[in-house]
Design a protein around this ligand. Structure first.
Ligand SMILES: [Zn+2]
Length: 278
């Protein structure tokens, strides 16, 4: 039997140690009870998710901070990407539009000390059953050098492919699924200073994870980049001028300049290289 009161007390303690209503929103006992799983863990809902049912947050494409009192006298925290869609969404950090997020994520993970782990899970289960996760990869966050990062990303790809092919073979009543835990850390339940210290680190990385773009956000950026922009170009020296300069002759060679349309991403590139004259 899960000790709901234990989770409630731990959550109240976390909220008293770290004042952050966005990440640790106010929850009364009834609302909190709804999130505690029979498998001895609890994802913390975001403020705007509290009105939803638990099912919605565990199937979310976004990760959640979770608390577990599974181990005696210990409390563990992590950032949990729960299920295939959530792990797939994480893999958007490989898109070129996510370079900043990828860098931020890796740098912040590497900066953690040896108490923190990342873990990859896989499981096949009856669709309504709780998952019995099998660990596929586990290592300390601080060990994440370039080689380990490649290994992690490769393993995630392999697991997503395995899941895809297994799903077409296994019974219709079963699902194959993957999950990932990041910044997993376990500390003594009575050491409040320590809880505050590690939870703050988990929260900082969680905020970085929240910035990972969804595929629809990436698509929107790409669409934006394909938009055409008016520009003026000198056919003689190949220089560009802003369209609204109103010039009709090139300032360097006095050749008549033409109006052209270029894609926004090309415009941004020229602009960053200072190749567009005013
Ligand atoms: Zn010119």
């Amino acid at each position: 039997m899960v000790n709901y009161k234990g989770y409630y007390d731990m959550y109240i303690l976390c909220r008293s140690l770290i004042k952050d209503d966005e990440v640790l929103p106010s929850l009364d006992f009834q609302s909190l009870e709804r999130y505690v799983s029979q498998r001895e863990w609890m994802p913390i809902p975001l403020k705007d998710e509290i009105a939803d049912k638990k099912k919605d947050i565990t199937q979310s494409i976004r990760p959640h901070i979770s608390i577990s009192l599974r181990d005696k006298n210990k409390v563990s925290f992590d950032i949990f990407f729960n299920g295939t869609q959530s792990v797939k969404n994480f893999m958007n950090i490989l898109e070129k539009e996510s370079m900043q997020e990828k860098k931020g994520f890796i740098e912040s993970l590497k900066s953690l000390d040896e108490r923190f782990y990342y873990i990859l899970f896989y499981c096949e289960k009856f669709f309504s059953a709780a998952p019995e996760w099998e660990t596929e990869l586990e290592d300390k966050c601080k060990n994440l050098d370039d080689k380990k990062i490649e290994q992690l990303l490769k393993k995630i790809k392999e697991l997503l492919e395995k899941r895809e092919s297994r799903q077409s073979i296994i019974k219709k009543s079963h699902i194959a699924t993957v999950a990932m835990s990041v910044a997993w850390v376990s500390v003594d339940r009575t050491d409040h200073e320590l809880i505050k210290e590690v939870l703050q680190k988990v929260i900082d990385i969680f905020k970085i994870c929240q910035k990972i773009k969804t595929y629809s956000e990436i698509k929107k950026i790409r669409k934006e980049e394909e938009k055409l922009i008016d520009i003026r170009r000198c056919p003689n020296c190949d220089c560009y001028l802003e369209y609204d300069t109103g010039r009709s002759y090139c300032p360097s060679c006095i050749t008549p300049i033409f109006k052209e349309k270029i894609e926004k991403k090309e415009y941004d590139l020229l602009k960053s290289q200072n190749k567009i004259l005013d």
